[in-house]
Design a protein around this ligand. Structure first.
Ligand code: FDA
Length: 394
């Protein structure tokens, strides 16, 4: 049986970074993945340019049953530490918006960097490798892989969540957690587009491809001001993906389609200047024409000129446009979700090292843990920070 100090399961963002760091600290590390390539999600991320971190990382941008859990790791290995690594490799990057940092060229550069870091740590990588079983032994763990057995003092589970099964996502990490008596909190697709109920869906399909800046608010009051996108399945765009993490089935979301505008003031101004202008053409000064027509087919805009518009109609209009209440039918699910909410309950883990307190040598890092970030580089930063914290301890 081949012996290692550390076996890391999952060659994604967290697993590769942890393996590289542990290797560079002198551990003999085996990194295994069921896929034929490492870092498959990194390659797909950020539209192929990998939004690898965010300049404004803060614990408040993470959802977890224990909102304090992420603090220690994020403080010990920060976005600035990762940016320093990116700089060291000469990878050019830019801020797209809201502190989100993307490669100028390609996400492949981040994967290549992590592969190089693993080489520096003399990490042994086995791809297309399935873990058939994991047993606790006197000195650590014994793993049966397809075709061989290996043992290690420490076992790091970095097998990710359930989003995008096409990219290798599996419930492996949750099952292993349960095998060792850990609680796994219910999982849910997050950072995911909404699907809509039939009548609204049919209307909105006509708008497919239209994107507008909006303020979207969940029933618990959480809100995001970014764009929304109409799609042939429902609603997407950054503001919708963000709010999906805070939405529960059956709930409504409120969409303000004119978040920057004092609508009543604008209508009064326009009425004085152009009393015979139609409401439709007036609103088209601030909203895409197709969207205005869509709102009219939904019965949310009266067919009137500005001088015909009554005070009551104006108030209803403001409500319809600035507090448009939509009840999603559901989400597109794990097939298109960027992340998985829930997962391994942090109660069982050390926030400093990601170690399972009750099982010496066992660690969980990255998305498999019940820590989920906002859209915008927050999830990769959690992967890097939790991996680094773990690597110092294995
Ligand atoms: P990750 O899922 O990356 O890796 C897990 C690895 O474990 C996979 O390689 C998988 O094959 C392997 N594995 C699973 N089961 C196994 C088993 N039984 N045996 C062996 N191996 C197994 N975040 C962000 O911050 N910025 C961004 O731009 C994006 N963009 C983005 C786009 C898309 C399309 C998706 C799906 C996701 C994002 N994300 C993102 C989220 C980000 O990709 C995610 O949070 C991290 O990849 C999580 O890293 P992990 O290493 O924890 O899991």
């Amino acid at each position: 049986m081949e012996q290692f100090d550390v076996v890391v399961i999952g060659a994604g963002a967290a697993g590769m970074f942890c393996a590289a760091q542990a290797g560079q600290l002198g551990c003999r590390v085996l990194l295994i993945d069921n896929g034929k390539k490492p870092g498959r999600k990194i390659l797909m991320s950020g539209g192929g340019r990998c939004n690898f971190t965010n300049m404004y990382i803060e614990p408040a941008a993470y959802l977890s049953n224990n909102p304090h859990f992420c603090k220690s790791a994020l403080a010990r290995y920060t976005q600035w530490d990762f940016i320093e690594l990116i700089n060291r490799y000469g990878i050019a990057y830019h801020e797209k918006t809201l502190g989100q940092l993307f490669c100028d060229d390609s996400a492949q550069q981040v994967v290549d960097m992590l592969v190089k870091e693993c080489e520096l740590g003399q990490v042994t990588t086995r791809l297309r490798s399935e873990v058939m079983s994991v047993e606790k032994s006197g000195h650590g763990f014994e793993l049966a892989l397809n075709g061989e057995k290996v043992s290690a003092r420490s076992l790091v589970v970095a097998s990710g969540g359930l989003s995008m099964p096409g990219l290798g996502a599996s419930p492996f990490g949750y099952k292993l957690a349960e095998q060792f008596g850990l609680n796994v909190l219910p999982t849910r697709a997050a950072l995911v587009p909404f699907t809509l109920h039939k009548p609204l869906l049919e209307h909105s399909q006509a708008l497919s491809g239209v994107s507008v800046p909006a303020l979207v608010t969940a029933e618990n009051g959480t809100h995001f001001r970014e764009s929304i996108l109409f799609t042939h399945r429902g609603l997407s765009g950054p503001a919708i993906l963000q709010i999906s993490s805070y939405w529960q089935p059956g709930e409504f979301v409120s969409i303000n389609l004119l978040p920057e505008l004092d609508l009543l003031g604008f209508l009064n101004e326009q009425r004085l200047a152009h009393p015979n202008q139609s409401l439709k053409n007036t609103l088209a000064l601030h909203l895409p024409k197709r969207l205005v027509e869509f709102l009219q087919t939904l019965g949310q805009l009266p067919e009137a000129t500005l001088k015909q518009l009554t005070t009551a109609q104006q108030a209803t209009l403001a409500e319809n446009l600035q507090n448009w209440r939509v009840q999603p039918n559901g989400t597109e699910g794990y097939r298109t979700a960027e992340v998985t909410l829930g997962g391994v309950d942090t109660k069982a883990l050390s926030s400093k090292t990601m170690a399972v307190n009750a099982v010496p040598g066992l660690y969980f890092i990255g998305e498999v843990v019940d820590v989920t970030g906002w859209l915008g580089g927050y999830n990769f930063q959690w992967a890097w920070s939790s991996a680094w914290a773990c690597a110092q301890a294995v």
